[in-house]
Design a binder for this molecule. Structure first.
Ligand SMILES: Nc1ncnc2c1ncn2[C@@H]1O[C@H](COP(=O)(O)OP(=O)(O)OP(=O)(O)O)[C@@H](O)[C@H]1O
Ligand SMILES: [Mg+2]
Length: 389
């Protein structure tokens, strides 16, 4: 646990970068500090490894005031990744990564072996890249080397200052996914600084929103930040489509799919029309013998055809987008539905078999239920916290 207790940083010119900050970073979690330029994020981060000393208050790691530890020893236990990677230009990739192990007295051969192991971990091919110099790598590869170097001594704490801001959006998304994957394996205590609220919501277990002057506006889970911003500042900061984005945190499993709208290709037009009327649905999903969706039949079209004909012979509209109720979110289900010409999307299982179909009404019910459940959960947390006090 990293704890900020009433921490203030006033720079010599009088600028108050951080103003009586109280913040807890739980072990094994990713805490993202986000806010506009100059609001004190970097200053906050650098007080953890004593690159900046607080003017007042204390920063504790596991209850120990960092001010009482030797700075270089402290920093060896804390990985630090910065925006422009800070790689040593005249050292090879493997020697960059091996920096801290060498510093703490590892033999060169074992430090390099560790470096190659870490290259694998962060998705770099050691055989191809270990002997290159930083300038011979792409921006994304350099960022990965920076992360590998920060992890080299297996520190429990990892500080990352805008680690992905120098790369294009696609590489950036890949690096974010990589961090999420790494963290699931390594369970470091991570403090990550970013300008980008999307990034904060994607990679953070908790997000601390700063306002100018080094004040905290809100610390919460990404879902709560989107669902219950503390004030207008946070509401504006998280953006206009927070309602939609919040649906990413609700599983599509909560959606009650229509199942009587899924028919086999052998079904006759007459039976299909009856099924359509019974379900109150203008569109029916036709599935092949293997259960995979083939396309949508319009009940109105079937009425114009021969009642004895089979759906296999019907004119079908394209399946459109599908989603997985067991693994996807309500946002994915909504998106698939919006993108579909039939205003309906197909839920499929792991082997691609159609399970059921959506509609706007069914989505609306699922969204309301999820929001009510989230509100009830938050209320329970508030009550429990109240009782504990
Ligand atoms: N060494 C310094 N001396 C004086 N003022 C400083 C110093 N370093 C930072 N500041 C000021 O402190 C405030 C907070 O700076 P900090 O670098 O922590 O912001 P930040 O949130 O990381 O901003 P950015 O998103 O632009 O990186 C700013 O007003 C900045 O100008
Ligand atoms: Mg900064």
């Amino acid at each position: 646990m990293i704890t900020f207790e009433a921490v203030t940083k006033r720079y010599p010119d009088g600028t108050v970068a951080v103003d009586s900050l109280d913040l807890d970073v739980p072990d094994g979690r990713v805490m993202v500090l986000v806010g506009p330029s100059g609001c004190g994020k970097t200053t906050t981060l650098r007080m953890i490894n004593r690159l900046v000393e607080p003017t007042a208050g204390r920063v504790l790691i596991d209850g120990r005031n960092v001010a009482d530890s030797d700075p270089s020893k402290l920093r060896r236990g804390i990985g630090y990744v910065i925006q422009q990677t800070g790689l040593f230009p005249h050292r090879t990739v493997e020697d960059n990564i091996a920096t801290v192990p060498l510093l703490i007295g590892w033999k060169k051969a074992s430090a390099r072996a560790r470096a190659r192991e870490l290259m694998d971990l962060v998705g770099l091919d050691p055989a191809a890249l270990a002997r290159r110099y930083p300038y011979q790598l792409s921006g994304g590869q350099q960022q990965r080397v920076g992360v590998a170097r920060a992890l080299a001594a297996d520190p429990p704490v990892l500080l990352m200052d805008e680690p992905f801001s120098a790369v294009d959006p696609i590489v950036r998304a890949a690096l974010q996914d990589e961090l999420i994957r790494l963290q699931a394996e390594l369970h470091k205590t991570v403090v990550l600084v970013t300008h980008d609220v999307e990034e904060a919501i994607k990679v953070g277990d908790l997000v601390a929103v700063f306002r100018p002057g080094g004040h905290l506006a809100q610390v919460d889970t990404p879902e709560r930040l989107l669902g219950a911003p503390a004030d207008d500042y946070v509401r504006d900061f998280v953006g206009f489509d927070r309602g939609i984005r919040r649906l990413s945190f609700f599983p599509a499993a909560g959606l009650d799919l229509a199942t009587d709208t899924v028919l086999t290709a052998a079904t006759t037009f007459a039976d299909a029309i009856t099924a359509g009327h019974r379900a109150g649905e203008p569109w029916l999903l036709v599935a092949g013998a293997d259960g995979r969706p083939l396309g949508w039949a319009a009940v109105a079209d079937l009425k114009a055809g021969s009642p004895a004909a089979a759906l296999a012979d019907a004119q079908l509209a394209p399946v459109g987008h599908t989603f997985r109720p067991d693994t996807d979110s309500l946002r994915a289900a909504l998106d698939a539905t919006i993108l579909s010409r039939t205003e309906r999307a197909v839920g499929v299982d792991a082997s691609g078999r159609a399970i059921g179909t959506t509609s706007y009404e069914r989505l609306r019910d699922a969204i309301r239920a999820a929001e009510d459940a989230a509100e009830a959960g938050a209320e329970m947390v508030r009550q429990t916290a109240g009782e504990a006090r």
